[in-house]
Design a protein around this ligand. Structure first.
Ligand code: ATR
Length: 274
């Protein structure tokens, strides 16, 4: 990588962001395509992320990825946004700022890679968790599914998520066994199973034999949830899938080329020490 005064700047902003794998992924693609650009991670602790984001244009940034807790501020900072929650920003030639959300479409792309026939198989979706990630995935899937159930430890958040999705429903946390038995697609979006966090005994034995399961956690890559699913012979999608595909969509928005997702997976596995 030869960084000069004319090198284009990209970054992921968030808090925390030092653990982010996005620089490994995007700098790999930048090298693949021989682009004069560099992608870094900038920790942003600010009550006013909107004005910080707007001011980054003056520093010459061509685009940003935005992660927790600034995705709403990113959408507000933009002159146009496809969603109230944005993870990708792009400064246009006329100086205006466009905001996008590639998380949902990235999840769908990854699901299509894992189970190409999923559209014909999935009518009942169960989302475990009702945070930003769970709501985003639930919204993306609602266009394809008959029902999207949210199960969350804190019932009020499940209710809020269910009411924000057209065909959203609430599944009580105590009824997880029944929910696992009814779902064609189960997406685990909580921090349960993440390295250093609580674990959970998932009622995987209640799943349908043709259910598809997905965990958005990627540290560890093989969560207890995925291990139990694979032991049952279910089609399982790991957390790198969504990360890579949301990144690929962002890269395409900035550079107009589709990057190599297989190469990204190899690089990310190496970075994770897997
Ligand atoms: P994000 O926006 O990234 O999805 P979040 O808003 O912190 O993150 O949400 C984390 C999710 O993990 C929530 O659904 C949370 O449940 P609560 O709403 O009840 O807090 C869930 N979660 C975290 N630890 C949990 C635990 N020990 N048991 C069950 N759910 C847990």
């Amino acid at each position: 990588m030869n960084v000069t005064a004319s090198t284009k700047l990209l970054a992921v902003i968030g808090d925390p962001v030092r653990h982010s794998l996005s620089p490994v992924m995007h700098n790999g693609w930048i090298a693949d395509h021989g682009l004069d650009a560099v992608y870094t991670a900038l920790p942003l602790k600010s009550e006013d992320a909107t004005s910080v984001i707007r001011s980054m244009k003056a520093l010459g940034f061509m685009g940003l990825n935005v992660t927790v807790p600034h995705k709403e501020a990113a959408a507000r900072a933009a002159d146009r946004s496809e969603s109230e929650v944005a993870n990708t920003l792009r400064w246009e030639e006329d100086g205006t700022l466009s905001a996008f959300n590639t998380d949902g479409v990235g999840f769908i792309d990854s699901l299509t890679e894992t189970a190409p026939d999923w559209r014909g198989r999935v009518s009942r979706v169960l989302i475990i968790g009702a945070g930003g990630a769970g709501l985003g995935v639930g919204k993306a899937l609602s266009a394809y599914a008959d029902t999207v159930h949210f199960a969350n430890r804190t019932l009020a958040r499940a209710e809020a998520a269910a009411s924000a999705v057209p065909n959203g429903r609430v599944l009580r946390w105590e009824d997880l066994e029944r929910g696992f038995g009814a779902a064609d697609l189960i997406v685990q979006t909580t921090t349960l199973g993440m390295t250093g966090q609580d674990s959970h005994a998932w009622p995987m034995q209640f799943c349908r034999a043709n259910a598809i399961v997905s965990d958005i956690v990627y540290k560890p890559l093989e969560t207890e949830f995925l291990r139990a699913a694979r032991a049952r012979g279910l089609v399982a999608m790991d957390g790198l899938g969504m990360l890579i595909h949301q990144g690929a969509r962002a890269f395409e928005l900035w550079f107009g080329v589709k990057p190599d997702t297989k190469k990204a997976r190899e690089r990310l596995l190496a970075a994770l020490g897997a």
